[in-house]
Design a protein around this ligand. Structure first.
Ligand SMILES: *Cc1c(COP(=O)(O)O)cnc(C)c1O
Length: 337
């Protein structure tokens, strides 16, 4: 028997990466050496110390029970320590941080927390599809904010109609950005904070690539660096890209305590927390963020220079950004995938 899917599943766009995977596998089966420029999934190893921590904690029977849906105190304290050292942002680990099953989980679930049917979320385009799909799942609709090269791949907040802005409940943003690879400075985040404050919008900033950058003089900042940003927003952060931990499923959200509490209220009803052993290992990663991220950056920098050399030889025009895995080709209708 085939069971009819709910409308929300029928409304999904075709999953782009499935087609890319098909082409890659076809080439590989013919023995070709394929370098995948598709989905951003680090091929580097998780540092050994983090893996050892997981193994040891997995043997402790105290960790075999249900974890807290809100997260392990020690992990949240490590996340607060990381925000203090990395961004000079102070967070209360108890009320302003929540552990996530990877940031994708939180980015998707936040729609169920704040979006009623017919509500609007402001969503960047091009962008990570979870922003609009999470919104659709919750019955809301996405208002597209075009992010074009002429505007440094930033949305033009002034072009958002007043009635749309007033109706919007959430604004999704992501800098350093996937897929355009653009970054933004604190000035833009201050404008976002003011816009969100005026329109009672919760800013959801996805900072998955904050530690994949190549130029110390434009080191990515946090949305929470904008003074008073905690009033209007939260930031999603992920251990996936910074520590080569995509398979581990661990991240966190930080910022506005009311929004964090609401997300926790939702999560107690859909999941029962992240395995504590994974959170202990995550804390080890966050405590040593400087050494691990610098190691990654030095490897990515070498690879990036090779790609630049190849692009230059072919005369391809490309956007030479200072962050993320991507350096998209320009003059295409879409900046990349
Ligand atoms: C990879 C990525 C994430 C991280 O997702 P996790 O669920 O934490 O692994 C979030 N946002 C964007 C834009 C990404 O590319």
């Amino acid at each position: 028997m085939i069971f009819e899917e709910a409308q929300r599943l029928k409304s999904l766009p075709p999953y782009l990466f499935a087609e890319i995977d098909r082409v890659i596998n076809e080439k590989k089966s013919k023995g070709e050496d394929v370098i995948s420029l598709g989905i951003g999934d680090p091929d580097l190893e998780t540092p050994a110390e983090i893996i050892d921590k997981l193994c040891n904690e997995a043997k402790n029977k105290d960790n075999h029970r249900y974890p807290s849906s809100y997260g392990l105190k020690l992990f949240k304290e490590a996340a607060a320590g990381y925000y203090r050292e990395r961004f000079n942002v102070e967070l209360d680990p108890e009320t302003e941080i929540i552990t996530l099953w990877g940031s994708k989980e939180g980015i998707s679930n936040i729609a169920y927390v704040f979006i009623n049917p017919q509500d609007i979320a402001l969503v960047p385009d091009p962008g990570y599809l979870v922003y609009s799909i999470g919104t659709m799942f919750a019955g809301g609709s996405s208002h597209i904010m075009p992010c074009i090269e002429e505007n440094n791949f930033l949305p033009d907040l002034g072009s958002i109609e007043k009635k749309v802005a007033q109706k919007a409940k959430i604004m999704h943003l992501n800098y350093p950005n996937n897929p355009t690879s653009a970054s933004c400075g604190l000035e833009f985040f201050k404008k976002v904070r003011d816009f969100a404050g005026q329109n009672r919008i919760l800013v959801c900033h996805d900072n998955a690539y904050c530690d994949v950058y190549f130029n110390d003089s434009c080191k990515p900042v946090s949305f929470l660096n904008a003074e008073g940003a905690k009033e209007t927003g939260i930031e999603f952060n992920s251990l996936s890209k910074t520590f080569n931990m995509t398979g581990w499923r661990i991240g966190f959200a930080a910022g506005n305590s009311h929004a964090i509490a609401s997300l926790g209220k939702y999560k107690t009803n859909v999941d029962s927390g992240v395995f504590n052993a994974v959170q202990y290992a995550g804390a080890t990663a966050l405590k040593n963020w400087k050494a691990y991220s610098q190691n990654n950056i030095s490897i990515y920098r070498k690879r990036r220079n090779m790609v630049f050399d190849a692009f230059n030889k072919t005369g391809l025009k490309y956007y030479k950004s200072d962050s993320t895995f991507r350096q998209p080709q320009l003059n295409t209708t879409k900046a990349g995938v």
